[in-house]
Design a protein around this ligand. Structure first.
Ligand SMILES: *Cc1c(COP(=O)(O)O)cnc(C)c1O
Length: 451
């Protein structure tokens, strides 16, 4: 399954600049064009059937090829393809979706604001929290604290809020954004107990707050599980401490559930699993299972009431905020999650099976750690299991292994030297077996190649 330059590949290379891509490498190596998908498989131009261990980009929660979503989109396009939700007009799918989200998201998240991507939703949050503190008569509270390896999107503001240094280095690091280290046990825990490490990692927030002065800080933002940063799973108790610190210093607590939402962790939201009471929450990806772009900011009562009572006009929004077709597709997606009882199914059956299967890879000589939470997993590759000793050129071996996986018709992602998985909620036991055996074979090929 080598890349070769086909007619459409040439078109793309000559005229398109795709996201997160090295263009020089792309023009040398060619591009793989995915032309259709069904269930948990994607198919390239040559008809190769590739098992998708990433659910697209962490988003196709109900799997590919759902006719119901196509049908509601078609019906809605014929009935009302577009109307805006500015200036006191609106549409029925947006009303229904807004009410639905206020019911299924954690208690207190009463209102939603719609956008088209996770990035825009997080930009909206930045606008809202600063507006909120202005209305509270504390305009100095502007700074936002995020985390190393945090990912909150790719607009200048959301990338500044995230902790990806390579993005910051390309003009995406605005003032007033700060970062603390991630609760990344593989890197930082050493021989601390989980309990101690949860205190250590949360104390980094308190230290940063004291350094900046809490009177200057608007909010702390976190993904419950850091996705793009490498499936970083905090130790138990971490968020308990974090929430206490946020309350103690009176800063807003923002939870970015763009990846962890809509069943991926075995409940509707990771906040339900981890007992989080955020002031605001970001939703995207699984909201529509990626079939159509849509995101939402869930706003808790504290902020919503202030905006409603004292905010005047909120001078913010997008042409496609509350798009009727996107809202109709989102509603149908949620309906499928409910009617097929996907969340209890993954919680009772798929997640335990997935965890035990991938855990079998921990004895492989290349594997330093296997970790998973719900249907999110990372397999850390190491030079030497004892220590563990990591590879010198971070990311090189991960990329080699990922390329073998794809050659073996398994779509995976590598973050640094971690192999990442985030399959759809509909992944079957047989498909999990296929995933793990293809990955194991790729690990064997990788070790042969590098030794
Ligand atoms: C993907 C992602 C975003 C950004 O969403 P886009 O739709 O790509 O803008 C934000 N937060 C998290 C946690 C994400 O994984």
């Amino acid at each position: 399954m080598e890349l070769k330059n086909t007619e459409y590949g040439e078109m793309l290379i000559n005229t398109h600049l795709p996201p997160f891509t090295n263009y020089e490498e792309l023009s040398r190596n060619g591009v793989r064009i995915i032309s259709k998908a069904s269930g948990n498989y994607i198919y390239d131009e040559d008809g190769n059937e590739i098992l998708d261990a990433m659910a697209g980009l962490w988003c196709v929660n109900i799997g590919y090829g759902r006719k119901e979503l196509a049908e509601v989109a078609k019906e809605q396009i014929l009935k009302l393809p577009y109307y805006n939700s500015f200036f006191k007009t609106n549409n029925i799918p947006t009303a229904k979706l807004s009410e639905k989200l206020s019911k299924i998201t954690p208690k207190g998240l009463s209102h939603s604001f719609f956008a088209n991507s996770g990035s825009e939703a997080n930009d909206t949050i930045i606008r809202m929290v600063r507006h909120y503190w202005n209305l509270e008569g504390q305009p100095k509270k502007r700074k936002i604290i995020g985390r190393e390896y945090g990912y909150h999107g790719s607009t200048i503001m959301s990338a500044s809020m995230g902790g990806m240094v390579d993005m910051h280095n390309q003009s995406a690091k605005e003032a007033d954004f700060y970062h603390i280290p991630a609760p990344y046990s593989f890197k930082y825990q050493g021989n601390q107990s989980n309990e101690l490490f949860s205190e250590t990692a949360s104390s980094w927030l308190e230290e940063k707050l004291i350094e900046l002065g809490p009177e200057n800080v608007a909010a702390f933002v976190a993904e419950p599980i850091q996705g793009a940063g490498g499936v970083i799973i905090p130790p138990e108790g971490y968020f308990n401490h974090i929430q206490k610190i946020c309350r103690k210093y009176d800063i807003l607590f923002i939870v970015d559930e763009v990846i962890t939402g809509f069943g991926r962790t075995g409940k509707w939201f990771a906040s339900d699993q981890m007992n989080l009471n955020p002031d605001m929450m970001t939703l995207a990806k699984g909201l529509t299972s990626g079939y159509i772009p849509m995101s939402a900011v869930m706003v808790g009562e504290r902020v919503a009431e202030k905006l409603i009572k004292d905010g005047g006009e909120f001078n913010h929004g997008f042409t496609y905020s509350g798009h009727p077709v996107a809202a109709a597709v989102a509603l149908e997606n949620l309906k499928i999650i409910e009617s097929e009882q996907l969340i209890s199914k993954v919680s009772d059956e798929t997640i335990p099976y997935f965890a035990s299967k991938i855990n079998n890879l921990k004895d492989h000589p290349l594997v330093g750690e296997v970790r998973s939470y719900g249907l999110l997993a990372c397999i850390e590759l190491v030079k030497n299991k004892s220590g563990p000793e990591l590879f010198k050129n971070t990311g090189e071996v991960g990329a080699v292994c990922r390329d073998y996986c794809i050659q073996n018709k398994l779509m995976m992602r590598a973050v640094r030297d971690g192999m990442i998985m985030s399959p759809s909620l509909t992944i079957s036991d047989r498909e999990i077996d296929e995933m793990v055996s293809k990955l194991e074979f790729s690990l064997d090929q990788t070790i042969k190649k590098i030794s």
